[in-house]
Design a protein around this ligand. Structure first.
Ligand code: FEO
Ligand code: CA
Ligand code: CA
Ligand code: CA
Length: 530
């Protein structure tokens, strides 16, 4: 059993049968091969549409404010998605987890200035976190949320969530809610890791010298109604999709966690990779000392110049001992601790995927304005001897963004059954369709074929509606469905009469973040599953 409090047996029992651990999680089996001779992509587009390449179709599965049960509605700004089949071998019926990253007060709480009321703050709090949905293909092959299914529920900014740690965090053993839920991961035992990214926009950050809250970072100013400590946010949170029960894993450290990508070692211990998506911040990995534990183990930070993982252990490091009180303090102020011990600043690490064929670790580095790196790149980490527990690695450039490759600002990634790499882009809304991003137009979804004459090329497969970003790509285990979030369409609308997007409902409707299910013969052909 894992040492964490979410019970693996409960989850298996709920499935009603004994399932081998690991079979719940859509793991890649490199059997499918595709030799797509002439995959035709789409050109960049400025249209307010979700445009797809030929041979792909989408259904809007769920959108902001849709009722998912008698008491709950779907949250705002959907990001990471994860599909977990309810039965082994059935990719047409399962649980869909969806992250809700942040809110746009203009749409969510109708706040346009002045102090927010408690009701407005609570409305915003309710709309972040995550949604748990039972989703199923109907007789016509169309994906639907199963209305009022007992599994449907929300985790949000008001949910009480305990810390998985021996010591209190800012004097408490639990936090009010989770927020900033950007990307994430799936554990080998079928729970979800949801990552608290830009946590400072909600409750600000602590000035650890004065002990005061830095309020200017708290754009959403939730602290004006709830005096929650900033230290309670910026963690990797585990959620059991059966019960909605959650816990915050302190051992993985505190930062603007983009994602948490797990590799289970042969002896059952875990390696978790996670990046801190902030300019010139770092890449981390946690190696557990016990099988299935996300609390016992060692946290490391990457020095990509030396190809070394450096331990962030208070007791073993004279500098850390001098500057920080104890290990809890090191974990709360992880960025500062990592900087002291020689971590290498990176160009905003976003999603991390492990190549299922060769074990290479790919890290999206989205861009770095301070280095005039506008288009970003994908970093390849080859762990020594292919061992994810190695403490040395070889870093290299895997793919560079830019006009030559046709994409800019890589963010989320996913591998399909044939080992093709899918990448989404995240050009900031304030810069989209402006220099130097003009040629790329709206954000998109791209595929890099693994084999065939187009191997290694970047081909655009989707273009997002106005101001939106495509996020959270996740394949059903049979590869026949790609779940995808459309986040923040119309974010730069200046008022109700000047909406920049009306997606997905069209007409005069307000834009709504939504999750779509993509299917079609191009998806099948790419993976050799047609
Ligand atoms: Fe929420 Fe780093 O993207
Ligand atoms: Ca992201
Ligand atoms: Ca991913
Ligand atoms: Ca991003």
């Amino acid at each position: 059993m894992p040492t964490n409090s979410i019970n693996r047996r409960t989850f298996l029992e709920f499935l009603g049968k004994a399932v081998a651990v690991g079979s719940l999680v859509p793991t890649f089996i490199p059997l499918a091969t595709s030799y797509y001779k002439d995959l035709k992509g789409i050109s960049p587009s400025q249209e307010d549409k979700l445009k797809l390449a030929k041979g792909l179709n989408f259904d809007v599965l769920v959108k902001w404010e849709d009722a998912i049960s008698e008491k709950d509605t779907f949250g705002f700004n959907n990001d990471f998605t994860a599909f977990l089949p309810l039965e082994e071998g059935n990719s047409d019926d399962g649980i869909l987890w969806v992250n809700h990253e942040y809110v746009d007060p203009f749409f969510v709480s109708n706040h346009v200035g002045g102090e927010k009321s408690k009701e407005q703050v609570e409305k915003e709090m309710y709309n972040v976190g995550g949604s748990i949905l039972r989703v199923k293909k109907d007789d016509k092959g169309k994906w639907k949320v199963v209305e009022n299914d007992p599994l449907n529920k929300r985790v949000n900014g008001l949910t009480d969530i305990p810390f998985n740690w021996d010591h209190p965090i800012a004097g408490k053993t639990s936090a009010m809610g989770t927020l900033g839920n950007c990307s994430g991961g799936v554990t080998p035992w079928g729970t979800i890791l949801t990552c608290e990214e830009n946590y400072d926009m909600f409750y600000g950050e602590r000035d650890f010298k004065s002990g005061k809250r830095i309020e200017k970072k708290a754009f959403l100013a939730w602290h004006t109604q709830y005096d929650n400590p900033p230290e309670h946010y910026g963690w990797v949170v585990e959620v059991d999709p059966q019960t909605g029960k959650a816990q915050k894993h302190i051992a993985l450290g505190r930062c603007a966690h983009e994602c948490a990508t797990i590799k289970e070692l042969e002896d059952g211990r875990l390696v978790v990779y996670s990046g801190d998506d902030s300019v010139n911040q770092f890449l981390y990995k946690f190696i557990s000392s016990e099988p299935g534990s996300l609390s016992k183990g060692t946290l490391y930070v990457a020095n990509t110049l030396l190809g070394k993982w450096i331990p962030l252990v208070h007791e073993e490091n004279a500098i850390l001992k001098k500057v920080f009180k104890d290990q809890t303090d090191v974990l709360i102020q992880m960025r500062k601790a990592a900087k002291y011990i020689g971590a290498t600043p990176l160009d905003r690490p976003e999603d991390i995927e492990i190549d299922p064929v060769n074990g290479n670790v790919l890290v999206s580095l989205t861009n770095n304005s301070t280095k005039k790196n506008y288009f970003g790149s994908i970093l390849k980490i080859e762990e020594t001897d292919g061992d994810h527990a190695a403490l040395t690695f070889k870093p290299s450039l895997y793919l560079a963004g830019g006009e030559e490759t046709g994409f800019a600002c890589p963010d989320n990634m996913a591998f399909d059954k044939a080992g093709n790499l899918w990448i989404t882009s995240d050009i900031s809304g304030s810069l989209m369709n402006k220099e130097p991003y003009l040629p790329f137009k709206n954000n998109g979804l791209f595929v890099v074929p693994r084999s065939g004459p187009q191997a290694g090329k970047v081909i655009q497969m989707a273009s997002a509606p106005s101001d939106a970003e495509l996020t959270g790509p996740f394949f059903a285990p049979d590869g026949k469905t790609l779940f995808l979030s459309v986040q923040h369409p119309g974010e730069y609308s200046s008022g109700p009469d000047d909406l920049t997007s009306h997606w997905p409902d069209g007409g005069d409707n307000i834009p709504r973040p939504a999750v779509v299910a993509i299917t079609g013969k191009t998806l099948d052909a790419l993976q050799g599953t047609e």
